[in-house]
Design a protein around this ligand. Structure first.
Ligand code: F0G
Length: 357
């Protein structure tokens, strides 16, 4: 059996990585190759063929690993000793893991008190120096950029174009699997690197003749952090979906180009819609994602309520694993079912309401 080699080795000839010479091996945890899973639930509701691209199945539990293998490989090949990123959590978890693998020192800047516990644990366990900033993600990113200019540390946020080279491989995988691009692509949007990367990937495959079309891109933001919907930065972004609590996306222009060229749009969904979509997806499709990752599903549900339909093939990227943030996930569930019984099958059966023998 051939093992999936990670996105750089699988797609090397399609990635623009001039600073990673051919002979130099990538720093990889064999990211990518994630499943496309049918959503019977969303297919039934829409009448379209709806697929989930389950990015929580990446090595550190989010899509960030696709870009990080590229960024850390290049940083190592250029002789960097330390790497820095600003993050709402997933980028820092991913960077810390790949830096550990590469023998680089990871330095993480995160907004104080706004990082899910699972992501924080990942960064710490992988050996990152975690610095909490009194400010939001946008402040952290400004700091990270300045630090990379003034100190001996390489920046691996998605403003580093190498990151998007890695991330666009998700679009390649989708076309390779489906045989063509989908009609619609739906995903959450925060710093807007991912929507830009997908569009690059779809465009490249169409230009190469590997697909006959490009999808309409539908990007969903949290209502309290929806600068691309409003058309201007948000000074104090707020949402329970902390991964996308971002007011001034770095890839603004690329994202707007993706929207315009695809005939797509950006729209907002509330935190209640996001958390409810997260629960429904877990219960109906068996896929547990973190809150931000459910924004695309929440968007589809909102569209259906507003009379906006989907047709053909729809791919929804669910960006990160539900285990990253169990506290927020459980918030909306209500009182926990904490039935305690003696070690007795009859007692458990009675508590569960099963008919007796
Ligand atoms: N979903 C999750 C789970 C994320 O962690 C992010 C971004 C997004 C969606 C949005 O993707 O920024 O490319 O538009 N997380 C970044 C981080 C900001 O620091 O982990 P985007």
């Amino acid at each position: 059996v051939r093992q999936w080699r990670g996105v750089i080795e699988e797609y090397r000839d399609l990635l623009d990585l001039p600073d990673l010479p051919d002979g130099i091996p990538a720093v990889t945890l064999r990211e990518g190759g994630t499943p496309l899973v049918t959503s019977e639930w969303l297919s039934g509701l829409t009448g379209a063929d709806v697929w989930l691209k389950v990015e929580g199945d990446n090595p550190t539990g989010s899509f960030k690993d696709r870009g990080m293998t590229a960024a850390i490989s290049v940083a190592r090949s250029e002789g960097a000793r330390a790497v820095v990123c600003a993050s709402t959590g997933n980028t820092s978890a991913s960077m810390a893991a790949y830096a550990a693998k590469a023998g680089l020192q990871p330095l993480v800047l995160v907004p104080e008190g706004k990082i899910a516990a699972g992501k924080m644990a990942q960064a710490i366990l992988h050996g990152a120096q975690v610095i909490m900033v009194r400010g939001n993600f946008d402040d952290c990113l400004t700091m990270a950029r300045r630090m990379a200019e003034d100190y001996p540390v390489a920046l691996v946020n998605s403003v580093n174009p190498v990151r998007l080279q890695g991330q666009k491989t998700a679009a390649f995988e989708i076309v390779d699997f489906l045989g063509d691009a989908p009609d619609h692509h739906v995903l959450p949007v925060g710093n807007a690197g991912n929507v830009s990367a997908y569009w690059m990937g779809y465009t490249q495959y169409a230009d190469l003749g590997r697909s006959t079309r490009r999808p309409v891109m539908h990007g969903f933001q949290a209502a309290g952090a929806a600068p691309l919907v409003h058309g201007s930065p948000v000074a104090d972004p707020e949402t329970k979906a902390t991964a996308i609590r971002i007011g001034n996306p770095a890839s603004w222009h690329l994202a707007v180009a993706a929207r315009e060229e695809s005939g797509g749009r950006f729209a907002a969904v509330t935190d209640d819609q996001i958390l409810s979509a997260q629960r429904e997806l877990a219960r109906r499709d068996g896929v547990f994602v973190e809150p931000a990752s459910a924004a695309g599903v929440a968007g589809i549900l909102q569209d259906l309520e507003q009379g906006r339909g989907y047709d053909g093939t729809v791919v929804v990227t669910v960006t990160g694993h539900g285990l990253k943030d169990t506290v927020t996930a459980l918030e909306g569930v209500g009182p926990l079912v904490d039935t305690v019984v003696d070690a007795d099958p009859a007692a458990a059966a009675a508590a569960a309401g099963l008919d007796g023998p």
